[in-house]
Each structure stands twice: as C-alpha cells, then as structure tokens.
Write a protein that binds this ligand. Structure first.
Ligand code: HEM
Length: 506
C-alpha cells in the first residue's frame, strides 16, 4: 500500500502548533503571563524583572503573573489583595527566601537571617535580632544615630553657602551609624575598607549567573564570577576576623560589661556562651553562634540598615525640593513646634504631624526595598492559580504602594493624603502600603530605621534652608531611580544649605 505523503507546509505548521500546545498545556492552571521559549522560558525578559518592569507587566497580566526563568518558576505580585494572600493568608507557605549561588556562598551557606529559609535556625536569628541587636533597649544604637546626625549637621553648617552633595552626605551618615552600632569603632580607615567590601558584595549579589536558572550550565563562567566570589568572601573574612579578635582581647582585658557594647559584643556572648544563664527570655540556653553566623549577621545589618535608610532620606529631600509647597509647610511646622532657638529632639516627633506624613509619603512612593523576595515551601493555590513548590515570589511593593484602586493620584507626592482619618499605616496590616513588608519576614529593623530617617531628615530640614544650585528649577530635578537591592536616586541630589536657627550649630 502506498504511504500517505503529508505536504511539507502542513507538516511544519502541525509541528509548530504541537510545540506551542505542549508549552501552553502545563501552564493552564498557572497565573497569566507572557509565553516563554522551550528551556529558557522567559529568560529573554530578564531585564524586565525590576520594580518598574514588573509593574508594567502587571498592567497587562494583573496582580499576579507567572514567568518561567530557565528551570525556575517566578511569580510577581503587584496588587494589595495578592500581597495579602502571600504575606498574611499563606504567610507560612511563602516565608522561605529564594537564593542564588552567589548569595549562598557569600552568606556562608545562608548562615544569616535575611537569606535563610523559614526554619528553627531562622527563628533563633530573628529572636536574637529583635531582642538584642535591633531592640529599642539597646540604647547604644540609638545613641549612635544621635551622635552621627550631630556630626552631619556640623559638617553641613561648615559648608553652608556652597553646594552639598546630599546623596553622599546621607549615605556617609548611615554607614557611620550602622558601622558604629555594629563594631563600636569610628576608625575612618577601617570604615573605607569595609565600604569597599560592601560594594563588592552588592555587585555580586545582583550579578547575573546562568547557572542559577539552568544548573547544568554551571561550568560556564565567562565573567569569572566564581573567583570574584571567593575574593570577596576572603576580604570579609580577613576584615571581620580582625575585628572579632580585637573584641575578644578587649573583653579579656576589661570586661565588656563596663563598656559601651556594640552588636559584635552582643553576638560574642552567644559564641563564647559566657552570658548570664536564664535571662528572662532564655535566649542564652538555645542560641549558639559560630563565627560564620556572626559574620553573616553583620552583613545583614549592614545591608539592611545603610542603603535603605540613606535612600529614604535622599528621596524625602528630593520630593520636598521638587514640591516647594510641601517643603515650606514642613519647615513651618518645625518652626511652630520646635522654634528656631533650639534643635529638634525625639520628644518633638509626636507633635510633628505633617513631618510624619512626609516620611510616610516618601516611603510610599520610594519603598527602599522595592521588590521583596519570598519562596513557596509547598505546592499551593493563590486566587485559584497553581503555584508550584519552590516558586520565587517577587512582592512588588513599588507597584502596590502606587495601586490606582487604592490611592488617588498614586504617582503624585502629596503628604497630606496621610492626614485623612483612617489613612493606611506601614505596620504591615494595610496591604496597599508595604514599605517594611508584612508577616513573618517583615523588617525587624523598622524602629531603628525610622528613627535614623526621622532624626536625620528633621535636622536637615529644621537647621537649614535649601536651595537648588545654578538657578535650577524644582521641575528640573532628576527623579529617576536605579534598581538593585534598593532603588536609590540615579543622580545625586545637590543643594545649597543656609543655617536657619538662632542657636549655634557647632
Ligand atoms: C527605612 C528603613 C528600612 C526599610 C524601608 C526596610 C524594609 C525592609 C523590607 C521591605 C524587608 C523585607 C520584607 C519581606 O521580605 O517581606 C526588610 C527585611 C529586613 N530588614 Fe529592613 N528596612 C529598613 C531598615 C532596616 C534596618 C535599619 C535594619 C537593621 C539594622 C534592617 C534589617 C533587615 C533585615 C535583617 C531583614 C530580613 C528579615 C528576615 O528575612 O527575616 N532593615 N526590610
């Protein structure tokens, strides 16, 4: 019998349709999203995985969307209701963190809190941070905020009448605050070395590595990432080993009990296990820290506490200079509440209603961590869609904080929206406003971060009037941001200070 000859064009079209059908078939129950290619999936869209790129995709696909990145499932969440599903309703399933080869290596195999999965180990690290490291009772951290803000005001006053790079000023400030809170030292040389290590870590954390998405291609390392990773970790080892040894010998000589304790001292108690047994919360009995834990935790504190706070202060000043009526109003409030014959103090804050709204509005428009990363620990369903175990879930706080169904004129800087009764708060139960996240993995450094932000901002606004250089108009200020671990201003804010208080600033 003659075999049936299928014409070539029909054969070709049928094959293509079959492939498309096979790609589409298993996605049926997944959230909507752009169709990907075999094997690489949506990896050609990698550059769109930023807060802005994902917000754009959400306009087309909705509050929950799915992307296949090589072999990894990625889900982006961009609406308040979907965020509530992830961070509240199914918080227990989405409390893990996705990781990469670089993060695993640089955190000593996830020996920290921020990148470890939700586990008994994470709970211990969280307890340690909340009760010891970032606790309001650790007065030394709050003291270091006040002292460093003081020296920032002095150095700004010295430069009055000349252009000040406010971005550099506030990034320097937060490095000083956190460096001192962590290590107790203010040595400038050491700090410069440490900032260089932090910058290398930041670059490596966000470096693209094909092996994260297609593991069997791990032998391909065109940029020499692996050797950069080991050089960066060696540098950190060398730096922190020295600091830890200094702390151990200081403790032997003098006993830290009598001295100001920094975060390394707090953690070394658990390393050497010399602390008082049976403290009220019984931390001592169940936490034992290795040196790797201590190093990894220090990096959490550094990453969590420096760029976040600095970019929030710079954005607040930028938005105020961009909106002169708001700047005038907040400075008038400072004059009315505090007066011009003394500096602002912590006890003034509760009366600075509009100032607090400026802080909230800045964190709404420019959440310092625009996209937070979670991972599902089991197969589950969200909004009826299947979310496979191990999915990387990107919660886009930037898009959520600008959700047009929740906010009027969402892209406009308008602090007075927070004066309205019932306006959302950032403590985590209003899912349209998530600068600090919500649920189990929400920010443990919120109190310290807000304190540093408010202190620095209030002083800069109360002590000085600010003018743009070279006759620049407010509307000409560059408002673009760059995407990394945080989303700071792309171009630093520069302005000219003039003292506005009747009392001396230095
Ligand atoms: C304005 C200041 C800050 C903002 C807006 C901020 C925001 C955030 C956000 C959005 C998260 C992730 C939440 C999630 O995954 O759902 C986070 C986590 C974290 N933050 Fe902050 N943060 C700030 C300041 C700080 C400070 C000052 C510290 C420490 C000194 C800190 C330490 C951390 C740590 C360690 C985590 C990881 C927690 C975990 O995984 O369990 N943050 N922060």
């Amino acid at each position: 019998m003659d075999s049936i000859q299928i014409p070539l064009p029909i054969y070709f079209v049928t094959s293509v349709l079959t492939v498309i059908f096979l790609i589409w078939l298993p996605r049926k129950a997944l959230p909507p999203g752009p169709i990907g290619w075999p094997i690489i999936g949506n990896m050609l869209m990698m550059d769109q995985l930023t807060h802005r790129g994902l917000a754009k995709l959400a306009e087309k696909y909705g509050g929950i969307l799915y992307l296949k990145m090589g072999f990894s499932h990625t889900v982006a969440v961009s609406s308040p209701e979907m965020a509530r599903q992830i961070l509240q309703v199914q918080d227990h399933i989405f409390a893990n963190r996705p990781t990469t080869i670089a993060i695993t290596y640089l955190t000593y195999n996830r020996m920290d809190m921020a990148f470890s999965d939700y586990s008994p180990f994470w709970r211990q690290m969280r307890k340690l941070s909340v009760m010891k490291l970032f606790s309001r009772r650790r007065a030394e951290s709050w003291d270091s905020v006040r002292d460093e803000v003081d020296s920032m005001v002095k150095s700004t006053a010295v430069n009055s009448g000349t252009p000040v790079n406010l971005g550099e000023l506030v990034f320097g400030l937060t490095h000083d605050i956190i460096y001192r809170a962590a290590f107790g030292s203010t040595s400038h040389d050491d700090k410069e070395e440490f900032i260089k290590i932090l910058q290398d870590y930041t670059k490596l954390f966000s470096a693209f590595n094909l092996a994260d998405f297609i593991p069997w291609l791990s032998f391909i390392d065109p940029t020499g990432l692996n050797s950069q990773l080991s050089a960066a970790r060696d540098a950190l080892d060398c730096f922190i080993d020295k600091i830890i040894n200094e702390h151990l010998s200081k403790e032997k000589k003098t006993g830290v009990e009598t001295e100001e304790r920094d975060m390394v001292d707090e953690m070394l108690v658990f390393y050497s296990n010399k602390g008082k047994v049976n403290e009220a919360e019984d931390l001592q009995n169940d936490i034992k820290l290795t040196l790797d834990n201590i190093k990894a935790m220090i990096m959490d504190v550094m990453f969590g506490g420096t760029e976040t706070v600095a970019s929030a202060i710079e954005w607040a000043l930028t938005e105020l200079m961009h909106t002169p009526e708001a700047l005038k109003r907040v400075q008038q409030e400072l004059t009315d509440v505090v007066g011009l014959d003394r500096r602002v103090e912590e006890s003034d804050f509760e009366k600075l209603t509009y100032f607090k709204c400026v802080v909230k509005e800045t964190l709404r428009l420019h959440p310092p961590i625009p996209v937070s990363l979670h991972k599902s620990s089991e197969d589950t369903k969200v909004a009826g869609y299947h979310i496979p175990k191990g999915s990387r879930v990107m919660v886009n706080a930037y898009a959520i904080n600008r959700d047009k169904n929740s906010w009027e004129d969402p892209n406009t800087f308008d602090p007075s929206r927070f004066l309205k009764t019932g306006a959302p708060d950032f403590r985590g139960s209003n899912y349209e406003f998530l600068p600090f996240g919500s649920g189990r993995r929400s920010c443990p450094g919120m109190q310290l971060g807000l304190y540093a932000m408010e202190m620095a901002l209030a002083h800069l606004l109360h002590c000085f009037t600010w003018e743009l250089p070279d006759g620049m108009k407010p509307s000409e200020i560059d408002m673009t941001d760059v995407f990394g671990l945080t989303a700071p201003k792309a171009i630093r804010l520069v302005a000219i200070p003039t003292p506005r208080l009747l009392c001396a600033l230095y």
